[in-house]
Design a protein around this ligand. Structure first.
Ligand SMILES: [Zn+2]
Length: 915
């Protein structure tokens, strides 16, 4: 039924919509895209034509092909070339550079609007900034500003590089918006400024297109798809560039900087996954700190789109039932975080531009009540999916373009019908944010300045500032009802435009409905993630505290000057910067104190460095720059020490799971920890111990077997190599065939490495590997039950061997860690007692932030285990101490493992290693 009806609907709608036939259209365009659209109902009256302009170049004029042509994709340099040519020729288009990526590509923003709007961009920019920060603005003044401002509606595509369609569509959209004279487009052009980020991850786009052209271009059937995609998108991450809550990626940083400059009230990010078009409505669980207006705005738009596209006869447009409103960590959510609105589409794509036969092989079970989260049968009718997608369909790139462009034009139609409402809402949400900081506790957060390590506090302040949140430094002591804080403490008052974002980032995530799932991590509390004291203040008097604004925060560093010093102690208070200092002074004979001691009145904790005075000239500027102290010692301390020897480090990566490895690489690069990135190719060469002392296997596969088998061998080898034709492949590693995994031979080599004296370190799910493949024969792995559910909550962990070097810099025996769903170890309690270095107390009370269902299941389970294997040893983290540039409070456990790699068994019952 559904498959026949829509054409009739389409026919009747066509006669209702005036399409500006006065203008000359490109007849070839209409013919071609009709040919490439696989069914008539996959087309709409908004995109079935394209104007022909004698002055403004269409994508075809510049690129040589129409958007949506099968097997055609546009590399980033050509995308830039198109927009720059368009801006040169059309007074309705303007391009600005907004920064560079890791690989040196330029991020740009393209503005499209009426000539008048483009001329007035700076006025709108200034006005939007006033609405974004309405302090000192009366409602009357705001009304006047709103009357003289056009909303900026931002679109971005290609954040996920294998989702190749939207960046193509956006070029056609820009041209259409600049040239078409239909009443709809004229209205959009006159009422709205459209800002386009053509490719949100420019580096990944080129690599993905190379991969498509090399391997996927002739694949036309779901059945023929082989496993294994391009190993890298951007330099470090793949999908997680949309989980980059602390803006590690440069393209994301560029966009955030631009955002805070221009304050577009709406940001709309275009993705590809589910069939045919899902439009985000911000379903439960919702972060209740977002303004209630937002939850009305989101379905307002998505329902309009669903109704309009359905009216045009396009099946399979739905809302709700997919992504929730919980996490503030998606890229485009920067707009909702700053009192605007994030919008998002998932459009059906083929992972390329080849027309393919697609089908849903079996109906997956619908999630609880057909409610949230990905999964479920998208072809099933639901109240939010009244005209579901087909089960079996031939799908083309042009279908993808038609859906995305029609949807976006519909959203712009809505915006052009209510431009003042959009701006009023933006203004009101900004005002509400300030007001809620005055009326709803907490009124502020205080980061006390007397914390022993302020470098982690500095990380928090840097992120808050990057997000546009105002931070103040108290000019005198802060006296409140319940406590006093020293002068110099950092104060984040919530009565500011982004006060609610401060609450979101710094507060605890306490109320996700346990009946619901979360689309991503359920917790992100920055104080817990960074092990920084950040105190929510419930005394409204804090708002009166005198502060001076902090633009940049440099952590203090106290360096003794003492001509008779024989050595300097670098007190270890848990700064991750300790490892950077060690590597910066890599040729200096640094010792590590194994216990606390005193120098005069100064306490020097275990883990502190003892640096010979002869290195003072090198040490002092480095320590200052890293926010570390140097305490002069006039005699050598009597405390037990060991050498801070530096291991030769390799990070092992599968070819199929480079992303979590990428976060570790990013972190090591930031802290300047050198390493070799190795793949199965190096492991299979053998003799690993002659090149490496420590091999780190980051989290990367779902279990041990998947780590070993990686991408199963298919019909053809998949080379990831640089060639003249594919110059964007072969970065960050290369392989003549990425399939096949390390296999049994690889396991043997890793086992040999540890038996010969190497240190094998595994993180997260990679910690299934040593027990499951017999490298640690006396330890078994197990898993939680299916009812256990823990989407990245922050839980308490208890250090059971506090003197072990892995915990240098941790002054408490309980610490917050992000739960990573690693293995539950089963081990003989007597034999292995000394091996368990950290464990989970478990139970609901130990859940500090976020959601964990079944918290009793992890009661008493090991979180960090160290065990000897032959002459070497294995350290297994069931946590992931290097997670998404986020849990810097856990980084030290990883770094300590490196800095003390020969001494990880001191203070345990095991024999001391001699090699
Ligand atoms: Zn995506």
């Amino acid at each position: 039924m559904l498959k026949k009806c829509p054409q009739l609907v389409l026919f009747s709608v066509l006669s209702l919509i005036p399409i500006g036939h006065a203008q000359d259209n490109d007849p070839d365009y209409a013919t071609k895209i009709k040919e490439w659209t696989t069914r008539p109902e996959f087309m709409s009256p908004l995109v079935d034509h394209l104007p022909k302009s004698s002055t403004v170049p269409s994508p075809k004029d510049v690129l040589g092909y129409y958007i949506g042509e099968p097997k055609r994709l546009t590399y980033y340099a050509d995308v830039l070339r198109y927009y720059r040519t368009l801006a040169e020729k059309s007074p309705r288009v303007k391009v600005i550079d907004i920064g560079k990526t890791e690989e040196g590509r330029e991020s740009i923003m393209v503005f499209v609007g009426s000539e008048d709007s483009i001329k007035n961009l700076d006025t709108y920019k200034k006005n939007l900034a006033r609405l974004a920060d309405p302090r000192g603005l009366t409602d009357e003044q705001a009304k006047e500003i709103i009357a003289n401002t056009k909303p900026i509606y931002t679109l971005s595509g290609g954040l996920h590089s294998a989702e190749l369609g939207p960046p193509e569509m956006l070029m056609e959209l820009a041209y259409r918006l600049a040239t078409e004279d239909s009443p709809l487009i004229k209205k959009i052009r006159s009422e709205v400024v459209v800002a386009i980020m053509p490719v949100a991850d420019p580096d990944g786009r080129d690599r993905s297109i190379d991969w498509y052209n090399r391997y996927l271009i002739d694949v036309t059937d779901d059945n023929a798809i082989f496993e294994g995609g391009v190993p890298y998108w951007g330099k470090y991450t793949k999908h997680d560039d949309n989980r980059d809550i602390n803006y590690a990626g440069l393209a994301n940083q560029n966009l955030l900087k631009w955002y805070l400059d221009w304050h577009p009230p709406i940001m709309h990010d275009l993705h590809e996954s589910v069939w045919f078009l899902y439009t985000y409505s911000g379903q439960a669980p919702q972060n209740t700190l977002f303004d209630p207006i937002l939850w009305g705005e989101l379905p307002w738009f998505s329902n309009f789109e669903m109704a309009q596209l359905t009216k045009y006869g396009m099946p399979g447009v739905w809302t709700h039932g997919y992504v929730d409103g919980w996490s503030p960590g998606y890229v485009a959510i920067m707009s909702a975080n700053h009192n605007g609105m994030m919008r998002m589409y998932e459009i059906m794509g083929n992972g390329g531009a080849t027309t393919m036969h697609r089908f849903i092989p079996e109906s997956k079970p619908e999630l609880k009540g057909g409610s949230p989260g990905p999964g479920g049968d998208v072809t099933k009718r639901q109240w939010y999916r009244p005209n579901p997608p087909y089960k079996d369909v031939t799908w083309s790139m042009r279908n993808n373009t038609n859906y995305a462009e029609t949807g976006v034009l519909t959203a712009l139609q809505m915006t052009s019908a209510f431009p003042q409402t959009i701006l009023e809402n933006f203004y009101t949400k900004s005002k509400n944010s300030i007001h809620s900081g005055e009326t709803q506790a907490p009124y502020a957060f205080i980061i006390p300045s007397d914390q022993e390590d302020m470098t982690r506090a500095a990380f928090v302040i840097k992120i808050l500032r990057m997000q546009g949140i105002e931070v103040g430094r108290a000019t005198s002591e802060i006296k409140l009802k319940d406590a006093t804080y020293p002068a110099g403490s950092l104060v984040v008052k919530c009565n500011q435009p982004y006060g609610r974002l401060a609450k979101t980032l710094l507060g605890k995530q306490v109320d996700p409905d346990p009946e619901l799932t979360t689309y991503d991590d359920s917790a992100w509390t920055m104080g817990l993630m960074t092990r920084t004291t950040i105190t929510p203040i419930t005394d409204a008097a804090v708002l009166m505290t005198a502060v001076e604004p902090v633009t940049e925060y440099t952590p203090p560093s106290k360096i003794d000057s003492q001509p008779t010093a024989v050595a300097y102690a670098i007190p270890d208070h848990g700064s991750p910067n300790m490892i950077t200092l060690r590597y910066q002074l890599k040729d200096v004979n640094i010792k590590i104190a194994e216990a606390a001691f005193k120098s005069g009145n100064t306490s020097i904790p275990a883990g502190s460095f003892i640096v010979p005075a002869s290195a003072a000239n090198e040490l002092k500027p480095a320590a200052t720059q890293l926010g570390l102290d140097a305490v002069a010692l006039t005699s050598q301390p009597t405390v037990a020490t060991h050498n801070a020897d530096l291991p030769r480090v390799a990070i092992f990566s599968t070819w199929g799971g480079t992303q979590d490895v990428g976060w570790v690489r990013y972190t090591f690069d930031q802290y300047r920890v050198p390493y070799d990135l190795i793949f199965k190719e190096r492991v299979l060469k053998g003799d690993l111990h002659s090149d490496y002392d420590l091999i780190l296997i980051p989290n990367q596969a779902r279990n041990a077997k998947a780590l070993v088998t990686d991408i199963p061998k298919g019909k053809i080898p998949l080379a990831y190599t640089k060639t003249d034709k594919f110059k964007f492949l072969g970065d960050y590693g290369s392989s003549d065939d990425i399939t096949g995994g390390m296999g049994a031979q690889g396991v043997t080599e890793l086992q040999r490495f540890t038996e010969q004296g190497g240190l094998l370190v595994t993180l997260g799910t990679s910690s299934f590997f040593p027990p499951d493949f017999g490298i640690t024969p006396r330890i078994d792995s197990g898993t939680t039950t299916p009812r256990f559910y823990a989407p990245g909550p922050i839980v308490e962990a208890e250090i059971t061997q506090p003197t072990n070097p892995i915990f240098y810099g941790y002054s408490n025996t309980t610490i917050p860690v992000r739960y990573a769903n690693g293995p539950l170890f089963r081990m003989d309690p007597d034999q292995n007692k000394a091996d368990v270095l950290m464990r989970f107390p478990g139970g609901d009370k130990a859940v500090l932030s976020g959601l964990m269902n079944g918290a009793d299941e992890i009661k008493g389970r090991a979180a960090v285990v160290r065990t000897s294997v032959g002459k070497g040893e294995v350290v297994m983290f069931t946590t992931n101490p290097v997670w998404r540039w986020q849990n810097i409070g856990e980084f030290r456990m990883m770094f300590n493992t490196i800095l003390n790699y020969k001494n990880l068994d001191i203070h345990t019952n095991h024999k001391v290693r001699t090699d």
